[in-house]
Design a protein around this ligand. Structure first.
Ligand code: ZN
Length: 312
């Protein structure tokens, strides 16, 4: 096969997405694998390595011929050291030298990046934020997180933990967040937070009510249910307020909204934009124009971002 070959992987709590691509995003293989039942770091790495070895062998190649491997993951991690500190979806809560473990298995350069950081790089390079030097990717999904791209580079912060906008406070009252604190944005306004709010209002065991997942609450709100509408309105208000503060602080020219909730609710980006325009400092939305747009590469923004990083 002519030209270098890159592997890009997005490790999620239930699925692992794996791409094999040449230069210029020439896709050779796309594979979606289940995350191992007992998802130890070693088991995840073996899953990735096994699938890659198999795919390369089918093409008469070996992993020696890989020019780069990029892995993104929803985790608190340090890009420089490659140490991963916390990956809630995988139930990893101790420091793991994850990049080193990957590097032992592969001879090529290995990159390990937070999924939102990878996603903003993907959207800036190939998607909705092309041409922007100051852009933010925000995922509204089970959780809420952000990837910051400032002055033409990913901004990671001193320890690698920048962008954790899901844990800004204080919203609602008295709800514990997955991070251990109380009343973070994501405890109330993420997909899971919205479903939790609904669970308080409706009896989940009532067959009339049915399943109260996030999509069902949006449906009810759309059909005119005032309680459902109030929950959604509050979530939009909270997200809008948090992002307005981010705009006031960082003055980006583009906010890219991604994640499962945004993907299935087309009207959400416009509603959030209205809130940002209301609450952010005026020059940051009026003098310098601010685009608030849906992600274009979803749900593959992260994997294409880590691909972009690997083949630089
Ligand atoms: Zn939190």
């Amino acid at each position: 096969m002519p030209g270098p070959l890159y592997a890009a992987v997005d490790v999620g709590g239930s699925k692992i997405l794996l791409l094999l691509a040449g230069e210029e995003r020439r896709l050779v293989m796309r594979r979606l694998l289940p995350t191992p039942e007992r998802a130890t770091p070693e088991a995840v790495i073996e899953t990735i390595a096994g699938a890659l070895d198999g795919a390369l062998r089918e093409r008469g190649l070996s992993s020696r011929e890989l020019a780069g491997l990029g892995v993104c993951i929803a985790a608190l991690l340090n890009f420089e050291s490659g140490v991963l500190y916390e990956a809630p979806n995988l139930d990893w809560h101790e420091p793991i030298p994850f990049r080193e473990l990957l590097q032992r298995r592969f001879d090529c350069p290995v990159y390990l990046e937070n999924d939102c950081n990878a996603a903003i790089l993907g959207e800036v390079t190939y998607g909705a934020a092309r041409g922007h030097r100051d852009a933010v990717y925000v995922t509204i999904s089970t959780g809420i997180g952000a990837g910051l791209y400032l002055g033409g580079e990913i901004y990671r912060g001193s320890g690698g933990f920048a962008g954790e906008i899901g844990h800004v406070k204080r919203f609602g009252k008295g709800r514990r967040c997955g991070c251990g604190s109380y009343d973070c944005l994501e405890a109330w306004a993420s997909g899971k937070g919205i479903a939790r709010s609904a669970g308080v209002l409706w009896d989940e065991d009532d067959p009339e009510t049915g399943s109260l997942n996030t999509a069902a609450i949006f449906d009810r709100a759309g059909a005119g249910d005032p309680l459902a509408a109030a929950i959604i309105d509050q979530a939009v208000e909270d997200i809008g307020l948090a992002l307005a503060n981010l705009v006031t602080l960082l003055n980006p020219s583009c906010i890219v909204l991604g994640g499962g909730v945004t993907r299935h609710q087309a009207a959400l980006a416009g509603r959030i934009k209205e809130k940002i325009e209301r609450y952010a400092v005026a020059p940051a939305v009026k003098i310098s124009p601010l685009e608030v747009v849906a992600a274009q590469l979803e749900p593959e923004a992260g994997v294409w971002g880590i691909y972009a990083m690997s083949c630089r």
